[in-house]
Design a protein around this ligand. Structure first.
Ligand SMILES: Nc1nc2c(c(=O)[nH]1)N[C@H]1C(S)=C(S)[C@@H](COP(=O)(O)OP(=O)(O)OC[C@H]3O[C@@H](n4cnc5c(=O)[nH]c(N)nc54)[C@H](O)[C@@H]3O)O[C@H]1N2
Ligand SMILES: Nc1nc2c(c(=O)[nH]1)N[C@H]1C(S)=C(S)[C@@H](COP(=O)(O)OP(=O)(O)OC[C@H]3O[C@@H](n4cnc5c(=O)[nH]c(N)nc54)[C@H](O)[C@@H]3O)O[C@H]1N2
Ligand code: SF4
Ligand SMILES: [Mo]
Length: 720
């Protein structure tokens, strides 16, 4: 057995569960990862990514020096460059001076609306706080967003409308206190594996009843009392028919509705159209299953709802989430242990990046940008003259790219995101990227988006820096440096502060003390000085165990579940819903519905996991099909097929899968050699602006082996 030089306690960089990791380090090298049995979130368990997926930090493709593109790229002429010969290695001073010069030049010429930034749900709270501060305080723009827009935006808008706040209401581990819980639009086993373990415990050891509502036959169906296999995009009629049953059969919690909600009478009138029969006709789910599910959830002592992307990633995503919220409000299954409305947050720090203000409508702490009092408070803290901060809402992630044009967005700064893999309809996204005047990518690798950049700023990974992440149940946890940053890489927060000082100088603003922090701890203190919910969070208090915000003062113990007595909006609100179908239905020409999503072993655009030993576990993309559909296309497992939508084409192999339902095929989003987002549609939810990743129409044709491409070939071609 190797004796480690040190064992460093930190938080997993992958998903929102936020498992504790112990990194075993010898000679500045991480050689093993463990976790203790008493770790509060994960109790000795880790999934394959947390245990084995850290080795991307040592991959030879990692960028370890600042790079500037050799050729000057004009708008419309931008190309992808993965080949290092296309880049010049430069010093940090040269790189940061160049970035500051170009950003300031564009800002002084075209103003605040030309500037935009993508923050990063992989980076720390402190780093996201600083990056939004830079763009708000120095470039006076609210064009600040991040991948939350592509993720739970529909849930966030719905929860804000109905309850006045948007985070998960309860702690995931409380599922063992539920006697009935619904899991819908969440492939929890693969995407929140440790929470899935707790869900299985709830069923097996605590006798809870599980209802799965999902078009695919997920692993959790093996544990479920009921599985409702609905057609993609038909959440609203299914959930609203459940509400119909609950009201009609008198299973509502009258006392709760009267004391804590509004809009009930009008909502009840709107239910007439949503009978189980109507829902069956639209969704394909047997009406009896809908009735049974409604009864099971409504008559539980403690009922809980967990959901994921199968709710929010639709052009009717906000309505879908409202449909779930109504179920909790009708039954009063909220405000107690083992109940609640629980959108499972995806990235390790998407909750934290949102809290820290990486969003176009909100300052840190969800203080609205158009609220005068909020703006004044931040002006004071950020050394901005009165009236200096922009009071208008900024552009969202999806709108930032679609507004790239003369007179619109000209400069984009991306810290750790990969739109050229993760935004919908990549053949259009590509043109927006090409049309930028200036692009900076701050990342661990040159990913598919960074390949378009003028400058690459090499960032230190989570194992090479200090800070905090906030997990899905609002727990703020420490991230600790275990090893020295590789090569010249630097933690994001130091890059941002260094750049901000150079920008201040060029803007002719007096150099302020606002950008010199000795440690991320001071950044957290600055944020907590304004945001009440964080006021009681200090690095000292979260040294061993994280705290769940709100933490109002130094002695406040944190908040495992919300809404015990009241909602932030006072009363919670019902909203009568309409059913709006998905933008593109299957037809003769495109007879299958494509749904996209994730695999246990991989992460989004693959930048981290495909540079890890995890890649060997699932090395190539597969399209999952039901056996009936495979027979219809005359293909079997292993055959190459061409999958096409109205927007693009990919070639990959077939996997006939017991998870698939007839008529619906599944392609994971992780593989550049068959990028699922070449096919997806860019229809947006009108309120949340989230794209419809979960349904578009495709056709499937037999392809030849020669049509399959390797990931390296895609990069060499510079196109996909
Ligand atoms: N291994 C791994 N884990 C991850 C990630 C990763 O990339 N890899 N990403 C993280 C992130 S950022 C996120 S947001 C989460 C996402 O976690 P999930 O929400 O579990 O993600 P998806 O794989 O997109 O699965 C969505 C589910 O919705 C179902 N679905 C599709 N259409 C409908 C519908 O109309 N109605 C209903 N009710 N369900 C539908 C799909 O069948 C699927 O089971 O995962 C996080 N965890
Ligand atoms: N078809 C389809 N598309 C989808 C989805 C879907 O279900 N289907 N889901 C959507 C969802 S829910 C999400 S959340 C988005 C995710 O979309 P993105 O956020 O664009 O995807 P990631 O691949 O997670 O990008 C993270 C990047 O951060 C870098 N990185 C990691 N750690 C650090 C760090 O500490 N500092 C810096 N600077 N960089 C770092 C990684 O190398 C990587 O390049 O994708 C969306 N796109
Ligand atoms: S469940 Fe999520 S946080 Fe836990 S080890 Fe796996 S990826 Fe990391
Ligand atoms: Mo996400």
């Amino acid at each position: 057995m190797l004796t480690p030089d040190r064992i460093v306690s930190t938080t997993c960089p992958y998903c929102g569960v936020g498992c504790n990791l112990r990194l075993h380090v010898k000679d500045d090298f991480i050689y093993s990862v463990t976790t203790p049995f008493d770790a509060v979130v994960n109790k000795g368990n880790l999934c394959v990514k947390g245990r084995f997926g850290y080795d991307f930090i040592y991959h030879p493709d990692r960028v370890t020096e600042p790079l500037i593109r050799k050729t000057h790229q004009r708008p419309g002429e931008r190309t992808q460059a993965f080949d290092r010969d296309a880049w010049r290695t430069v010093s940090w001073d040269e790189a940061l001076d160049y970035v500051a010069d170009r950003l300031v030049e564009i800002y002084q010429r075209d103003g605040a609306r030309a500037m935009a930034v993508y923050c990063c749900a992989k980076a720390t709270n402190e780093e996201n706080y600083l990056l939004q501060k830079l763009f708000r305080a120095l470039f006076r723009t609210n064009n600040v967003d991040h991948c939350t827009r592509l993720c739970h935006a529909g849930s966030v808008v719905a929860l804000q409308m109905a309850l006045g706040t948007s985070a998960m209401s309860n702690t995931a581990a409380e599922v063992v206190k539920s006697d009935c819980f619904i899991v819908t639009g969440s492939n929890t086993t693969e995407n929140h594996p440790i929470i899935a373990l707790q869900m299985k415990d709830a069923v097996r050891k605590h006798g809870a009843k599980l209802i799965v509502i999902d078009p695919r036959r997920l692993e959790l169906c093996d544990f479920a009392t009921l599985w409702l296999p609905l057609k993609p995009g038909t959440n609203v009629p299914v959930f609203t028919a459940m509400a119909h049953v609950i009201v009609k059969e008198g299973l509502v919690n009258r006392a709760f509705i009267e004391a804590r909600t509004e809009g009930y009478a009008e909502f009840v009138r709107s239910l007439d159209d949503f009978t189980p029969e109507v829902a069956e006709a639209i969704s394909g789910v047997d009406r009896n299953l809908i009735v049974e599910a409604a009864r099971l959830y409504a008559t539980a002592r403690n009922g809980a709802i967990y959901w994921g992307m199968g709710i929010s990633q639709f052009s009717n995503g906000t309505a879908s989430a409202l449909g779930l919220i109504h179920l909790a409000l009708l039954t009063g299954h909220i405000g107690r242990e083992g109940t609640g409305l629980n959108p499972l947050r995806g990235q390790n720090n998407v909750q934290g990046a949102s809290d820290a203000g990486a969003m176009p409508f909100h300052f840190p702490g969800y203080m609205p940008v158009d609220d005068e009092e909020a703006a004044v408070q931040w002006e004071r803290v950020w050394n901005v003259e009165p009236g200096g901060l922009d009071r208008a809402r900024g552009l969202t992630t999806t709108e930032i790219l679609s507004n790239v044009r003369p007179g619109g967005v000209r400069a984009l700064y991306i810290m750790g995101e990969n739109p050229m893999m993760t935004e919908p309809n990549l053949n259009v996204t590509r043109h927006h990227m090409e049309d930028l005047e200036f692009l900076v990518a701050q990342d661990l690798f040159i990913n598919e988006s960074g390949a378009y950049a003028d400058v690459i700023l090499p960032a230190a990974s989570w194992a090479e820096k200090d800070g905090t992440f906030t997990n899905t149940d609002r727990r703020v946890q420490r991230v600790r440096q275990a090893i020295a940053p590789r090569g010249q890489t630097r933690p994001d927060w130091t890059i941002i502060c260094d750049l901000a000082q150079r920008i201040e100088l060029r803007l002719g603003r007096p150099a302020s003390a606002g950008w010199s922090y000795a440690h991320p701890q001071e950044v957290m203190q600055e944020m907590a000085s304004v945001v009440e919910e964080f006021r009681g969070i200090t690095y000292e208090r979260i040294d061993k165990v994280g705290l769940q915000y709100p933490v109002f003062d130094a002695s406040h113990p944190g908040t495992p579940y919300l809404f015990a007595d009241t909602f932030p909006s006072g009363r919670a609100r019902f909203f009568p819903l309409e059913y709006v179908p998905v933008a593109e239905e299957a037809d003769e020409e495109y007879p299958f519905i494509l749904t996209t999503g994730r695999l246990l072993e991989h992460w989004h655009g693959g930048t981290m996991t495909r540079h890890s030993q995890l890649d060997a576990l699932y090395p190539a993309p597969l399209v999952e099909m039901h056996e009936i559909d495979a027979a219809r296309c005359a293909v079997k497992t292993g055959d190459a097929v061409r999958v096409s939508s109205r927007r693009g084409t990919v070639v990959l192999r077939v996997k006939v899968s017991p998870k698939a339902t007839p008529g619906v095929v599944f392609i994971p989003m992780h593989f550049v050699e068959a990028a699922a987002n070449l096919l997806t549609i860019d229809a947006l939810d009108p309120q949340a602006k989230i794209p419809e990743y979960k349904a578009c129409a495709v056709n499937i044709q037999i392809a030849s082996e020669d049509d399959l491409v390797a990931p390296e070939a895609v990069q060499e071609r510079g196109r996909y």
